[in-house]
Design a protein around this ligand. Structure first.
Ligand code: NAP
Length: 511
Protein backbone atom coordinates (compact mmCIF):
# COMPACT_ATOMS: atom_id res chain seq x y z
CA UNK A 1 0.00 0.00 0.00
CA UNK A 2 1.38 3.37 -0.85
CA UNK A 3 1.07 5.28 2.37
CA UNK A 4 3.47 8.10 1.61
CA UNK A 5 0.83 10.31 0.06
CA UNK A 6 -2.27 10.88 2.10
CA UNK A 7 -5.54 11.97 0.53
CA UNK A 8 -6.26 15.65 1.09
CA UNK A 9 -8.41 16.39 4.09
CA UNK A 10 -11.85 17.54 2.91
CA UNK A 11 -12.82 21.13 3.63
CA UNK A 12 -15.15 21.58 6.57
CA UNK A 13 -18.34 23.29 5.71
CA UNK A 14 -19.88 23.30 9.13
CA UNK A 15 -17.91 25.11 11.83
CA UNK A 16 -20.71 24.73 14.39
CA UNK A 17 -19.26 24.22 17.86
CA UNK A 18 -20.59 20.84 18.97
CA UNK A 19 -18.81 20.40 22.28
CA UNK A 20 -16.40 22.16 24.60
CA UNK A 21 -15.20 19.68 27.20
CA UNK A 22 -12.28 18.62 29.33
CA UNK A 23 -11.67 15.56 27.15
CA UNK A 24 -12.44 14.66 23.55
CA UNK A 25 -12.13 10.99 22.59
CA UNK A 26 -11.86 10.09 18.91
CA UNK A 27 -13.15 6.57 18.25
CA UNK A 28 -15.71 4.33 19.90
CA UNK A 29 -14.15 0.88 19.69
CA UNK A 30 -12.85 -1.00 22.74
CA UNK A 31 -10.35 1.85 23.37
CA UNK A 32 -12.68 4.83 23.16
CA UNK A 33 -15.35 3.10 25.23
CA UNK A 34 -12.76 2.11 27.85
CA UNK A 35 -11.61 5.72 28.26
CA UNK A 36 -15.17 7.09 28.29
CA UNK A 37 -16.21 4.55 30.93
CA UNK A 38 -13.13 5.24 33.01
CA UNK A 39 -13.81 9.00 33.03
CA UNK A 40 -17.52 8.55 33.77
CA UNK A 41 -16.81 6.12 36.60
CA UNK A 42 -14.28 8.49 38.17
CA UNK A 43 -16.94 11.21 38.10
CA UNK A 44 -15.54 13.25 35.24
CA UNK A 45 -18.46 13.82 32.93
CA UNK A 46 -17.01 16.64 30.83
CA UNK A 47 -16.06 14.56 27.83
CA UNK A 48 -17.27 13.85 24.30
CA UNK A 49 -16.73 10.94 21.95
CA UNK A 50 -16.70 11.25 18.18
CA UNK A 51 -16.70 8.48 15.58
CA UNK A 52 -16.65 8.60 11.79
CA UNK A 53 -19.14 5.71 11.54
CA UNK A 54 -22.87 5.67 12.23
CA UNK A 55 -22.61 3.36 15.23
CA UNK A 56 -20.13 2.42 17.94
CA UNK A 57 -17.91 -0.66 17.99
CA UNK A 58 -14.68 0.06 16.09
CA UNK A 59 -13.09 -2.91 14.39
CA UNK A 60 -15.87 -5.23 15.64
CA UNK A 61 -18.40 -3.03 13.87
CA UNK A 62 -16.36 -2.89 10.67
CA UNK A 63 -15.35 -6.56 10.32
CA UNK A 64 -18.51 -8.39 9.38
CA UNK A 65 -16.93 -10.93 7.05
CA UNK A 66 -18.25 -14.51 7.13
CA UNK A 67 -16.66 -16.40 10.01
CA UNK A 68 -15.49 -13.28 11.87
CA UNK A 69 -14.63 -14.26 15.41
CA UNK A 70 -12.02 -13.54 18.01
CA UNK A 71 -8.97 -15.74 18.43
CA UNK A 72 -8.51 -14.72 22.07
CA UNK A 73 -10.93 -16.34 24.56
CA UNK A 74 -13.79 -13.98 25.31
CA UNK A 75 -13.55 -14.30 29.07
CA UNK A 76 -10.18 -12.57 28.66
CA UNK A 77 -11.01 -10.50 25.57
CA UNK A 78 -13.59 -8.36 27.38
CA UNK A 79 -13.48 -5.62 30.00
CA UNK A 80 -12.54 -6.88 33.47
CA UNK A 81 -14.92 -4.24 34.86
CA UNK A 82 -17.79 -5.57 32.73
CA UNK A 83 -17.64 -9.36 32.93
CA UNK A 84 -20.24 -11.19 30.89
CA UNK A 85 -21.55 -14.61 31.85
CA UNK A 86 -23.16 -15.16 28.50
CA UNK A 87 -20.31 -15.72 26.03
CA UNK A 88 -21.67 -18.45 23.79
CA UNK A 89 -18.27 -19.98 22.97
CA UNK A 90 -14.71 -19.91 24.22
CA UNK A 91 -13.95 -17.66 21.22
CA UNK A 92 -16.65 -15.01 20.81
CA UNK A 93 -18.19 -14.40 17.41
CA UNK A 94 -18.24 -10.91 15.90
CA UNK A 95 -21.99 -10.24 16.41
CA UNK A 96 -21.76 -11.09 20.11
CA UNK A 97 -18.65 -8.95 20.63
CA UNK A 98 -20.31 -6.04 18.84
CA UNK A 99 -23.42 -6.48 21.02
CA UNK A 100 -21.18 -6.41 24.08
CA UNK A 101 -19.62 -3.10 22.98
CA UNK A 102 -22.98 -1.54 22.14
CA UNK A 103 -24.30 -2.61 25.51
CA UNK A 104 -21.22 -1.10 27.19
CA UNK A 105 -21.83 2.25 25.46
CA UNK A 106 -25.49 2.20 26.52
CA UNK A 107 -25.13 0.99 30.08
CA UNK A 108 -22.11 3.14 30.93
CA UNK A 109 -24.09 6.20 29.81
CA UNK A 110 -21.72 7.05 26.97
CA UNK A 111 -24.25 7.55 24.17
CA UNK A 112 -25.37 11.05 25.28
CA UNK A 113 -21.70 12.08 25.01
CA UNK A 114 -21.28 10.56 21.53
CA UNK A 115 -21.27 12.25 18.12
CA UNK A 116 -21.57 9.73 15.27
CA UNK A 117 -20.92 10.27 11.54
CA UNK A 118 -18.27 12.71 12.70
CA UNK A 119 -14.92 11.97 11.08
CA UNK A 120 -11.98 13.80 12.63
CA UNK A 121 -10.59 15.96 9.84
CA UNK A 122 -7.92 17.71 11.84
CA UNK A 123 -6.94 18.34 15.42
CA UNK A 124 -4.73 21.29 16.28
CA UNK A 125 -3.18 22.27 19.59
CA UNK A 126 -4.12 25.94 20.10
CA UNK A 127 -1.12 27.33 21.98
CA UNK A 128 -2.86 30.54 22.89
CA UNK A 129 -6.02 28.96 24.27
CA UNK A 130 -4.06 25.94 25.57
CA UNK A 131 -6.54 23.43 24.25
CA UNK A 132 -7.29 21.19 21.30
CA UNK A 133 -9.36 22.52 18.43
CA UNK A 134 -10.80 19.60 16.49
CA UNK A 135 -12.76 19.78 13.25
CA UNK A 136 -14.96 16.89 12.25
CA UNK A 137 -17.19 16.31 9.26
CA UNK A 138 -20.11 17.34 11.51
CA UNK A 139 -18.65 20.38 13.19
CA UNK A 140 -16.10 21.60 15.71
CA UNK A 141 -15.06 20.37 19.16
CA UNK A 142 -12.86 22.06 21.74
CA UNK A 143 -11.17 20.14 24.53
CA UNK A 144 -8.39 20.53 27.07
CA UNK A 145 -7.26 16.96 26.45
CA UNK A 146 -7.41 14.91 23.26
CA UNK A 147 -7.50 11.11 23.31
CA UNK A 148 -7.08 9.43 19.94
CA UNK A 149 -8.69 6.01 20.14
CA UNK A 150 -8.62 5.43 16.38
CA UNK A 151 -7.13 1.94 16.59
CA UNK A 152 -4.35 0.51 14.50
CA UNK A 153 -6.52 -2.09 12.76
CA UNK A 154 -9.08 0.34 11.38
CA UNK A 155 -7.93 1.62 7.98
CA UNK A 156 -7.80 -1.13 5.34
CA UNK A 157 -4.47 -1.54 3.55
CA UNK A 158 -5.19 -1.96 -0.14
CA UNK A 159 -2.42 -3.93 -1.90
CA UNK A 160 -0.34 -2.15 -4.47
CA UNK A 161 -1.07 -4.67 -7.26
CA UNK A 162 -0.72 -3.74 -10.90
CA UNK A 163 -4.13 -3.50 -12.57
CA UNK A 164 -6.15 -3.78 -9.36
CA UNK A 165 -8.37 -0.87 -10.38
CA UNK A 166 -9.15 -2.49 -13.74
CA UNK A 167 -10.85 -5.56 -12.26
CA UNK A 168 -14.42 -5.55 -13.55
CA UNK A 169 -15.86 -8.03 -11.06
CA UNK A 170 -16.78 -7.38 -7.45
CA UNK A 171 -13.88 -6.39 -5.24
CA UNK A 172 -13.84 -5.50 -1.56
CA UNK A 173 -11.58 -5.56 1.50
CA UNK A 174 -12.21 -8.07 4.29
CA UNK A 175 -12.99 -5.23 6.70
CA UNK A 176 -15.52 -3.66 4.31
CA UNK A 177 -17.46 -6.78 3.34
CA UNK A 178 -20.05 -6.22 0.63
CA UNK A 179 -22.99 -8.31 1.82
CA UNK A 180 -24.97 -7.40 -1.31
CA UNK A 181 -22.78 -9.64 -3.46
CA UNK A 182 -24.26 -13.11 -3.94
CA UNK A 183 -21.29 -15.45 -3.65
CA UNK A 184 -23.07 -18.73 -4.42
CA UNK A 185 -21.37 -20.60 -7.24
CA UNK A 186 -18.99 -17.71 -8.00
CA UNK A 187 -15.31 -17.88 -8.92
CA UNK A 188 -13.76 -16.18 -5.92
CA UNK A 189 -10.20 -15.10 -5.17
CA UNK A 190 -8.85 -14.19 -1.72
CA UNK A 191 -5.58 -12.25 -1.42
CA UNK A 192 -3.83 -12.84 1.89
CA UNK A 193 -3.46 -15.61 4.45
CA UNK A 194 -3.55 -13.66 7.72
CA UNK A 195 -5.92 -13.90 10.70
CA UNK A 196 -8.85 -12.53 8.65
CA UNK A 197 -8.29 -14.67 5.56
CA UNK A 198 -8.06 -17.96 7.44
CA UNK A 199 -11.48 -17.31 8.96
CA UNK A 200 -12.97 -16.25 5.61
CA UNK A 201 -11.61 -19.04 3.39
CA UNK A 202 -13.45 -21.99 5.01
CA UNK A 203 -16.73 -20.04 4.81
CA UNK A 204 -16.23 -19.13 1.15
CA UNK A 205 -15.25 -22.71 0.33
CA UNK A 206 -18.78 -23.73 1.35
CA UNK A 207 -20.47 -21.50 -1.22
CA UNK A 208 -18.00 -20.75 -4.02
CA UNK A 209 -18.01 -22.46 -7.40
CA UNK A 210 -14.23 -22.19 -7.23
CA UNK A 211 -11.94 -20.51 -4.74
CA UNK A 212 -8.33 -19.39 -5.23
CA UNK A 213 -6.28 -18.31 -2.23
CA UNK A 214 -3.32 -16.08 -3.12
CA UNK A 215 -0.64 -16.76 -0.52
CA UNK A 216 2.49 -14.61 -0.23
CA UNK A 217 3.76 -16.30 2.90
CA UNK A 218 2.42 -19.31 4.76
CA UNK A 219 1.21 -18.71 8.32
CA UNK A 220 1.81 -20.98 11.30
CA UNK A 221 -1.56 -22.41 12.34
CA UNK A 222 -2.36 -24.34 15.51
CA UNK A 223 -5.60 -26.10 16.56
CA UNK A 224 -8.42 -23.85 17.76
CA UNK A 225 -9.70 -25.29 20.99
CA UNK A 226 -13.15 -23.82 20.76
CA UNK A 227 -16.42 -25.13 22.16
CA UNK A 228 -19.78 -23.72 23.17
CA UNK A 229 -20.29 -22.97 26.85
CA UNK A 230 -23.12 -25.07 28.26
CA UNK A 231 -26.15 -23.44 29.84
CA UNK A 232 -24.97 -24.80 33.19
CA UNK A 233 -21.57 -23.12 32.80
CA UNK A 234 -23.13 -19.81 31.82
CA UNK A 235 -25.48 -20.02 34.81
CA UNK A 236 -22.49 -20.70 37.04
CA UNK A 237 -20.56 -17.70 35.69
CA UNK A 238 -23.65 -15.58 36.39
CA UNK A 239 -24.40 -16.86 39.88
CA UNK A 240 -20.80 -17.20 41.01
CA UNK A 241 -18.88 -14.36 39.32
CA UNK A 242 -15.77 -15.55 41.11
CA UNK A 243 -15.65 -18.55 38.73
CA UNK A 244 -15.54 -16.23 35.69
CA UNK A 245 -12.86 -14.15 37.41
CA UNK A 246 -10.77 -17.25 38.03
CA UNK A 247 -11.20 -18.33 34.41
CA UNK A 248 -10.00 -14.89 33.29
CA UNK A 249 -6.98 -15.16 35.57
CA UNK A 250 -6.01 -18.56 34.27
CA UNK A 251 -6.48 -17.47 30.63
CA UNK A 252 -4.31 -14.44 31.32
CA UNK A 253 -1.43 -16.44 32.80
CA UNK A 254 -1.70 -19.04 30.02
CA UNK A 255 -1.14 -16.17 27.61
CA UNK A 256 1.75 -14.78 29.58
CA UNK A 257 3.33 -18.24 29.61
CA UNK A 258 3.47 -18.10 25.81
CA UNK A 259 5.54 -14.92 25.74
CA UNK A 260 8.92 -16.72 26.01
CA UNK A 261 8.22 -18.01 22.47
CA UNK A 262 8.46 -14.41 21.30
CA UNK A 263 11.72 -14.01 23.15
CA UNK A 264 12.99 -16.82 20.97
CA UNK A 265 13.55 -19.25 23.87
CA UNK A 266 14.22 -22.50 21.93
CA UNK A 267 12.30 -24.88 24.22
CA UNK A 268 9.15 -22.75 23.98
CA UNK A 269 9.56 -22.14 20.25
CA UNK A 270 10.10 -25.81 19.46
CA UNK A 271 7.06 -26.90 21.42
CA UNK A 272 4.75 -24.52 19.56
CA UNK A 273 6.38 -25.15 16.19
CA UNK A 274 5.81 -28.88 16.66
CA UNK A 275 2.15 -28.23 17.50
CA UNK A 276 1.77 -26.18 14.29
CA UNK A 277 3.60 -28.60 11.99
CA UNK A 278 1.83 -31.64 13.50
CA UNK A 279 -1.47 -29.86 12.84
CA UNK A 280 -0.48 -29.31 9.22
CA UNK A 281 0.59 -32.94 8.81
CA UNK A 282 -2.62 -34.21 10.39
CA UNK A 283 -4.83 -32.08 8.15
CA UNK A 284 -3.02 -32.08 4.79
CA UNK A 285 -2.04 -35.39 3.24
CA UNK A 286 -0.70 -34.09 -0.10
CA UNK A 287 3.07 -33.53 0.34
CA UNK A 288 3.25 -30.80 -2.31
CA UNK A 289 0.42 -28.80 -0.72
CA UNK A 290 1.93 -29.38 2.72
CA UNK A 291 5.25 -28.12 1.48
CA UNK A 292 3.71 -24.93 0.16
CA UNK A 293 1.86 -24.44 3.46
CA UNK A 294 5.02 -24.76 5.55
CA UNK A 295 6.20 -21.36 6.81
CA UNK A 296 9.70 -20.27 5.89
CA UNK A 297 10.31 -17.88 8.79
CA UNK A 298 10.61 -18.19 12.55
CA UNK A 299 7.44 -19.00 14.46
CA UNK A 300 5.90 -15.96 16.12
CA UNK A 301 7.38 -13.49 13.63
CA UNK A 302 3.84 -12.99 12.35
CA UNK A 303 0.69 -13.75 14.33
CA UNK A 304 0.26 -17.47 15.13
CA UNK A 305 -3.17 -18.36 13.81
CA UNK A 306 -5.82 -20.71 15.17
CA UNK A 307 -8.00 -22.79 12.88
CA UNK A 308 -9.34 -26.30 12.50
CA UNK A 309 -11.07 -25.56 9.21
CA UNK A 310 -8.56 -23.63 7.07
CA UNK A 311 -6.32 -26.51 5.98
CA UNK A 312 -9.25 -28.86 5.28
CA UNK A 313 -10.81 -26.14 3.09
CA UNK A 314 -7.62 -25.97 1.03
CA UNK A 315 -7.75 -29.70 0.36
CA UNK A 316 -11.16 -29.48 -1.34
CA UNK A 317 -11.19 -30.09 -5.08
CA UNK A 318 -12.62 -26.67 -6.01
CA UNK A 319 -10.13 -24.76 -3.80
CA UNK A 320 -6.71 -23.83 -5.16
CA UNK A 321 -3.71 -22.40 -3.31
CA UNK A 322 -1.73 -20.07 -5.56
CA UNK A 323 1.79 -19.49 -4.27
CA UNK A 324 3.74 -18.22 -7.26
CA UNK A 325 2.60 -14.67 -6.51
CA UNK A 326 0.36 -12.18 -8.25
CA UNK A 327 1.88 -10.70 -11.41
CA UNK A 328 -1.08 -8.45 -12.15
CA UNK A 329 -4.82 -8.11 -11.89
CA UNK A 330 -6.79 -7.83 -15.11
CA UNK A 331 -10.37 -6.97 -15.98
CA UNK A 332 -11.34 -10.62 -15.68
CA UNK A 333 -9.11 -12.03 -12.97
CA UNK A 334 -5.53 -12.51 -11.88
CA UNK A 335 -2.39 -13.45 -13.77
CA UNK A 336 -0.03 -15.34 -11.48
CA UNK A 337 3.74 -15.08 -11.67
CA UNK A 338 3.97 -18.58 -13.13
CA UNK A 339 1.89 -17.30 -16.06
CA UNK A 340 -1.37 -19.03 -15.17
CA UNK A 341 -4.53 -16.98 -15.59
CA UNK A 342 -7.26 -17.29 -12.97
CA UNK A 343 -10.68 -16.01 -14.05
CA UNK A 344 -12.60 -14.47 -11.15
CA UNK A 345 -16.03 -12.99 -10.47
CA UNK A 346 -15.15 -11.73 -6.99
CA UNK A 347 -11.85 -10.66 -5.44
CA UNK A 348 -11.57 -10.31 -1.66
CA UNK A 349 -8.50 -8.44 -0.45
CA UNK A 350 -7.76 -9.67 3.08
CA UNK A 351 -4.53 -7.71 3.16
CA UNK A 352 -4.64 -6.17 6.62
CA UNK A 353 -4.53 -2.63 7.87
CA UNK A 354 -2.52 0.58 7.84
CA UNK A 355 -1.07 -0.35 11.20
CA UNK A 356 2.42 1.16 11.13
CA UNK A 357 1.91 4.45 9.29
CA UNK A 358 -1.23 5.43 11.17
CA UNK A 359 -3.56 7.56 9.04
CA UNK A 360 -4.95 9.65 11.91
CA UNK A 361 -1.41 10.90 12.65
CA UNK A 362 -1.60 12.92 9.43
CA UNK A 363 -4.43 14.91 10.99
CA UNK A 364 -3.01 15.81 14.41
CA UNK A 365 -0.87 18.93 14.86
CA UNK A 366 0.91 19.68 18.10
CA UNK A 367 2.93 22.67 19.23
CA UNK A 368 4.43 24.75 16.40
CA UNK A 369 2.09 23.07 13.94
CA UNK A 370 4.13 19.84 13.90
CA UNK A 371 2.27 16.88 12.47
CA UNK A 372 2.22 13.69 14.50
CA UNK A 373 3.02 11.74 11.32
CA UNK A 374 6.24 13.82 10.95
CA UNK A 375 7.19 13.07 14.52
CA UNK A 376 6.61 9.38 13.84
CA UNK A 377 8.22 9.31 10.36
CA UNK A 378 10.68 6.61 11.45
CA UNK A 379 8.31 4.77 13.76
CA UNK A 380 6.16 5.67 16.73
CA UNK A 381 7.78 7.57 19.58
CA UNK A 382 6.00 7.92 22.90
CA UNK A 383 6.26 7.89 26.64
CA UNK A 384 4.38 5.04 28.32
CA UNK A 385 3.19 4.07 24.81
CA UNK A 386 0.58 6.80 25.27
CA UNK A 387 1.86 10.41 25.23
CA UNK A 388 4.10 12.29 22.81
CA UNK A 389 6.71 15.05 23.19
CA UNK A 390 5.56 18.27 21.52
CA UNK A 391 1.90 17.28 21.75
CA UNK A 392 0.48 18.72 24.98
CA UNK A 393 -2.43 16.90 26.60
CA UNK A 394 -2.52 14.31 23.83
CA UNK A 395 -2.98 10.66 24.75
CA UNK A 396 -2.87 7.95 22.12
CA UNK A 397 -4.76 4.72 22.69
CA UNK A 398 -3.53 1.70 20.74
CA UNK A 399 -0.85 3.65 18.92
CA UNK A 400 2.82 2.66 18.81
CA UNK A 401 4.28 0.05 21.19
CA UNK A 402 0.94 -1.30 22.37
CA UNK A 403 0.22 -4.23 20.03
CA UNK A 404 0.66 -7.79 21.28
CA UNK A 405 1.97 -10.92 19.64
CA UNK A 406 0.31 -13.00 22.33
CA UNK A 407 -2.41 -11.97 24.73
CA UNK A 408 -5.48 -9.83 25.04
CA UNK A 409 -5.25 -6.29 23.77
CA UNK A 410 -8.17 -5.40 26.05
CA UNK A 411 -5.78 -5.76 29.00
CA UNK A 412 -3.48 -3.15 27.44
CA UNK A 413 -6.46 -0.94 26.60
CA UNK A 414 -7.64 -0.99 30.22
CA UNK A 415 -4.13 -0.16 31.40
CA UNK A 416 -3.97 2.81 29.03
CA UNK A 417 -7.43 4.01 30.08
CA UNK A 418 -6.35 3.91 33.71
CA UNK A 419 -3.17 5.87 32.88
CA UNK A 420 -5.19 8.48 31.01
CA UNK A 421 -7.70 8.74 33.87
CA UNK A 422 -4.79 9.64 36.14
CA UNK A 423 -3.39 12.13 33.62
CA UNK A 424 -6.76 13.88 33.28
CA UNK A 425 -6.94 14.23 37.07
CA UNK A 426 -3.39 15.62 37.12
CA UNK A 427 -4.14 18.20 34.41
CA UNK A 428 -7.30 19.28 36.24
CA UNK A 429 -5.55 19.50 39.62
CA UNK A 430 -2.68 21.55 38.21
CA UNK A 431 -4.72 23.67 35.81
CA UNK A 432 -1.93 23.36 33.28
CA UNK A 433 -1.21 21.26 30.20
CA UNK A 434 1.41 18.53 30.34
CA UNK A 435 3.64 16.92 27.78
CA UNK A 436 6.49 14.46 28.12
CA UNK A 437 9.98 15.88 27.75
CA UNK A 438 11.96 14.92 24.64
CA UNK A 439 14.57 13.33 26.95
CA UNK A 440 11.91 11.12 28.54
CA UNK A 441 10.66 10.13 25.11
CA UNK A 442 14.19 9.31 23.90
CA UNK A 443 14.76 7.18 26.99
CA UNK A 444 11.46 5.30 26.58
CA UNK A 445 12.11 4.59 22.89
CA UNK A 446 15.69 3.45 23.60
CA UNK A 447 14.46 1.16 26.36
CA UNK A 448 11.84 -0.48 24.13
CA UNK A 449 14.31 -0.80 21.25
CA UNK A 450 16.70 -2.57 23.60
CA UNK A 451 13.97 -4.92 24.81
CA UNK A 452 13.01 -5.69 21.19
CA UNK A 453 16.50 -6.99 20.41
CA UNK A 454 16.57 -10.77 20.32
CA UNK A 455 12.82 -11.19 19.93
CA UNK A 456 11.46 -13.32 17.09
CA UNK A 457 9.95 -10.18 15.56
CA UNK A 458 13.43 -8.91 14.70
CA UNK A 459 14.84 -12.32 13.79
CA UNK A 460 16.54 -12.87 10.46
CA UNK A 461 14.11 -13.27 7.57
CA UNK A 462 11.20 -11.91 9.58
CA UNK A 463 9.24 -9.11 7.97
CA UNK A 464 5.83 -8.00 9.18
CA UNK A 465 3.72 -4.93 9.75
CA UNK A 466 4.96 -4.92 13.35
CA UNK A 467 8.19 -3.32 12.09
CA UNK A 468 8.35 0.21 10.75
CA UNK A 469 9.08 0.19 7.01
CA UNK A 470 11.54 3.12 7.21
CA UNK A 471 13.55 2.39 10.37
CA UNK A 472 12.89 -1.33 10.80
CA UNK A 473 12.11 -0.61 14.47
CA UNK A 474 9.54 -2.82 16.17
CA UNK A 475 7.28 0.19 16.54
CA UNK A 476 3.83 -1.43 16.57
CA UNK A 477 4.33 -3.92 19.41
CA UNK A 478 4.89 -3.86 23.14
CA UNK A 479 7.99 -6.07 23.31
CA UNK A 480 7.43 -7.58 26.74
CA UNK A 481 4.94 -9.39 28.98
CA UNK A 482 1.47 -7.87 29.31
CA UNK A 483 1.80 -7.79 33.09
CA UNK A 484 4.95 -5.68 32.72
CA UNK A 485 3.04 -3.23 30.56
CA UNK A 486 0.55 -2.65 33.34
CA UNK A 487 3.17 -2.55 36.07
CA UNK A 488 5.19 0.07 34.19
CA UNK A 489 2.55 2.02 32.29
CA UNK A 490 -0.82 1.38 33.89
CA UNK A 491 -0.66 4.21 36.43
CA UNK A 492 -0.02 7.84 35.55
CA UNK A 493 3.32 9.14 36.74
CA UNK A 494 4.09 12.85 36.28
CA UNK A 495 7.86 12.37 36.42
CA UNK A 496 8.55 12.31 32.64
CA UNK A 497 6.35 15.35 32.03
CA UNK A 498 6.85 19.08 31.79
CA UNK A 499 3.95 21.00 33.25
CA UNK A 500 3.13 23.99 31.06
CA UNK A 501 1.56 27.37 31.49
CA UNK A 502 -1.73 27.44 33.40
CA UNK A 503 -4.77 26.67 31.28
CA UNK A 504 -6.91 29.81 30.88
CA UNK A 505 -10.34 29.47 32.41
CA UNK A 506 -12.09 28.02 29.38
CA UNK A 507 -15.84 27.96 29.49
CA UNK A 508 -15.97 24.16 29.63
CA UNK A 509 -19.53 23.05 29.73
CA UNK A 510 -19.51 19.30 29.52
CA UNK A 511 -20.43 17.09 26.61
P1 NAP B 1 -2.65 -9.30 8.18
O1 NAP B 1 -2.38 -10.15 9.33
O2 NAP B 1 -1.85 -8.07 7.99
O3 NAP B 1 -2.55 -10.23 6.91
C1 NAP B 1 -2.57 -9.69 5.64
C2 NAP B 1 -2.30 -10.79 4.64
O4 NAP B 1 -2.32 -10.21 3.35
C3 NAP B 1 -0.96 -11.46 4.83
O5 NAP B 1 -1.08 -12.82 4.53
C4 NAP B 1 -0.08 -10.74 3.81
O6 NAP B 1 0.99 -11.49 3.36
C5 NAP B 1 -1.10 -10.54 2.70
N1 NAP B 1 -0.75 -9.44 1.81
C6 NAP B 1 -0.64 -8.13 2.13
N2 NAP B 1 -0.32 -7.43 1.05
C7 NAP B 1 -0.23 -8.30 0.03
C8 NAP B 1 0.10 -8.19 -1.34
N3 NAP B 1 0.40 -7.00 -1.88
N4 NAP B 1 0.10 -9.29 -2.10
C9 NAP B 1 -0.18 -10.49 -1.56
N5 NAP B 1 -0.49 -10.68 -0.27
C10 NAP B 1 -0.52 -9.59 0.51
O7 NAP B 1 -4.19 -8.81 8.14
P2 NAP B 1 -5.45 -9.50 8.79
O8 NAP B 1 -5.52 -10.91 8.45
O9 NAP B 1 -6.62 -8.64 8.45
O10 NAP B 1 -5.16 -9.37 10.32
C11 NAP B 1 -4.70 -8.13 10.86
C12 NAP B 1 -4.73 -8.17 12.35
O11 NAP B 1 -6.09 -8.11 12.74
C13 NAP B 1 -4.21 -9.44 12.98
O12 NAP B 1 -2.84 -9.43 13.19
C14 NAP B 1 -4.94 -9.46 14.28
O13 NAP B 1 -4.29 -8.65 15.21
C15 NAP B 1 -6.27 -8.85 13.90
N6 NAP B 1 -7.28 -9.88 13.65
C16 NAP B 1 -7.66 -10.58 14.73
C17 NAP B 1 -8.59 -11.54 14.58
C18 NAP B 1 -9.01 -12.26 15.78
O14 NAP B 1 -9.48 -13.34 15.67
N7 NAP B 1 -8.82 -11.68 16.99
C19 NAP B 1 -9.14 -11.84 13.34
C20 NAP B 1 -8.74 -11.10 12.25
C21 NAP B 1 -7.79 -10.12 12.42
P3 NAP B 1 2.40 -11.49 4.15
O15 NAP B 1 2.18 -12.30 5.39
O16 NAP B 1 3.35 -12.12 3.21
O17 NAP B 1 2.71 -10.07 4.45
Amino acid sequence: MSTAVRPPVPAVEDETLLSDTDVLIVGTGFSGLAVGTRLARQGRHSFALVDRASSVGGTWRDNTYPGAACDIPSHLYSFSFRPSASWSHVYGRQPQILDYLEQTAREEGLLPHTFLDAEMLDATWDEQAQRWDVRTSRGRHLATTLVTACGHLSDPAIPDLEGLDTFAGEIFHSARWNHDVDLAGKRIGVVGTGASAIQIVPELAEVAGSLTVFQRSAPYIVPRKDRPYSEAEKAMFGRLPETARQLRESLFWDSEARFPQRLGVPAFLDQMKKAALDHLTAQVADPDLRDRLTPSYELGCKRILLSNTYYPALTRSHVHLETSGIARVTETGVVARDGSEIALDVLVVATGFEATDLPFAYRVRGRDGRLLSEHWAEGGRTVASTSVAGFPNLFVMQGPSTGLGAGSIVYIIESQASYIGGAVDFVADNGAPIEPTPQAEDAYVADLDARSEGTVWLSEGCSSWYRHPVSGRLSALWPDYMSRYRAENGTFDAEPYAVGAPVPDLAATGG
